[in-house]
Design a protein around this ligand. Structure first.
Ligand code: TTP
Ligand code: MG
Length: 438
């Protein structure tokens, strides 16, 4: 086994062996790992991002518990680390957050500002490697293999210098995860937050994963987690002895990922610019359909499924696309830009339905699809619509249905309209095809 190396995150001095304190500058901010000179896949995530930006811009907030939240939706977008001490968390209803921390300062989000800061940080990442793959506004993967000669330093040091540079120039702190693949790099960046730097090497990947809950596996959402737990699988260690074929038989294609990731194997490459551009779904009918009333149930089911994916990824989009294929294989696509981004099935369906009404003129169709593009975070999605007074009620109904699904599974409930198209063959797609969860 290689000897442990220690890197100082303040003066960047390297020390052979594991030391608690940098022998050069005395800093306690050191990272020690036997593979520190060779690991090169990194994930960077900003700490309490929106809150950090607001604190930077108003130093009187520095020591205060700060919550960034949409007043309209009454949900916490993020809480600074002071507010987290009181139990405030992202996605918590604001009334609960304020019950836990009544003296918190609440600021509505300023997405434009955060997007600009996010881009500045991304540019700083691109200055050290072109292989930067953004995941969301405040996080990205970086592939630093082969950069040692350029930067005259191993990736770990280049990253530590980047973290310090971001802190000094942008005045926002970041946490870095360093490993040998994307899955472990992302897990790693969460382990030492805030202002963290954590490495997971090949030598300890298996034993580290064994104790972790299955929920940290990429693609394991709440529903699959429940299924796994019901099957007696709580930790990744419970998955490790299982055969890939058995997992695939039990859980479908995700079984392959469960088998590989549970052993710390992930061969996805870091691809610059591969953020999801649109989320769509389509279905081909067994028999061609011309009647709009017969087409609508399909459109509803597809809208629901697309909406479900947007909600799970916490994203929303400002353009709805309807796709139709005529019986003689001519493809038509029609788009509608929205006033505000949406992630709601109701709005996706109604928008696509208006487009459909213009096309359903008696022609026969063999395929129908719906997509949502121009994607971004969900924070600005679906504000109250004064021009559509019934919207608020429909939004509440949809939220209630989502809550039932979250408890009982995706097929537990649908609107009457969807029942006529319950068993349809769907072809969901996130473009580019190798899209990942945002
Ligand atoms: P995260 O990186 O998940 O959270 P964070 O940066 O606030 O905190 P951490 O230190 O744990 O990384 O998300 C980035 C930003 O996205 C966050 O500042 C606010 C926004 N966000 C929401 O609006 N709603 C949410 O539910 C989450 C998780 C994030
Ligand atoms: Mg973050």
């Amino acid at each position: 086994m290689a000897t442990t190396e220690t890197l100082c995150r303040d003066c960047f001095a390297w020390t052979s062996g594991r030391v608690e304190r940098c022998p050069v500058c005395g800093s306690l901010r050191v990272i020690a790992h036997p593979e520190l000179r060779t690991l090169s896949t990194a994930h960077l995530d900003c700490d309490a991002f929106y809150a950090s930006v607001e604190k930077r811009d108003d130093p009187s907030l520095l020591d205060k518990p700060l919550i960034i939240g949409g007043r309209q939706r009454g949900v916490v977008s993020t809480a600074c680390y002071v507010a987290r001490v009181y139990g405030v968390r992202s996605a918590m209803p604001m009334f609960k957050a304020l019950a836990a921390c009544p003296h918190a300062v609440v600021i509505p989000p300023n997405m434009k500002k955060y997007a600009a800061v996010g881009l500045e940080i991304r540019e700083m990442m691109r200055a050290i490697t072109p292989l930067v793959e953004p995941l969301s506004i405040d996080e990205a993967f970086m592939d630093l293999s082969g950069t040692e000669r350029l930067h005259h330093a191993p990736p770990a040091e280049t990253l530590a210098r980047l973290a310090k540079r971001v802190e000094e120039t942008i005045q926002v702190t970041v946490s870095i995860g360093l490993s040998f693949n994307k899955f472990l790099a992302k897990v790693s960046s969460d382990l030492d937050k805030p202002r963290g730097f954590h490495a997971i090497g090949r030598s300890e990947a298996l034993s580290f994963l064994a104790d972790q809950p299955v929920s940290i596996l990429w693609g394991v959402g709440k529903a699959l987690q429940r299924k796994l737990i019901a099957d007696g699988i709580q930790t990744i260690g419970d998955l490790q002895p299982m055969e890939e074929v058995d997992l695939m038989r039990r859980y479908g294609s995700i079984g392959q990922r469960l088998a590989r990731f549970s052993h710390g194997r992930d061969d996805r490459r870091i691809e610059p610019g591969s953020v999801i551009k649109s989320v769509s779904n389509e279905t081909t009918f067994d028999v061609d359909i011309s009647d709009i009333d017969a087409l609508r149930p399909y459109l509803w089911r597809l809208s629901e499924e697309v909406s479900g994916r947007l909600k799970r990824k916490a994203i929303a989009g400002g353009v709805v696309t309807l796709k139709l294929k005529t019986k003689d294989f001519k493809t038509l696509t029609r788009q509608q830009h929205l006033l505000a981004p949406t992630q709601l099935a109701d709005r996706i369906y109604r928008t696509a339905d208006a487009l459909l009404a213009k096309q359903a003129d008696g022609r026969k169709f063999r395929l129908i699809g719906v997509g949502v593009g121009d994607l971004g975070g969900e924070h600005l999605a679906d504000p109250q619509d004064l021009a559509d007074p019934g919207f608020e009620t429909r939004r509440k109904v949809e939220t209630a249905m989502d809550a039932v699904r979250a408890k009982l599974g995706d097929t537990a409930i649908t609107k009457g309209i969807g029942l006529k198209a319950r068993r349809i063959r769907q072809q969901p797609s996130d473009k580019p095809p190798d899209g990942h969860d945002l």
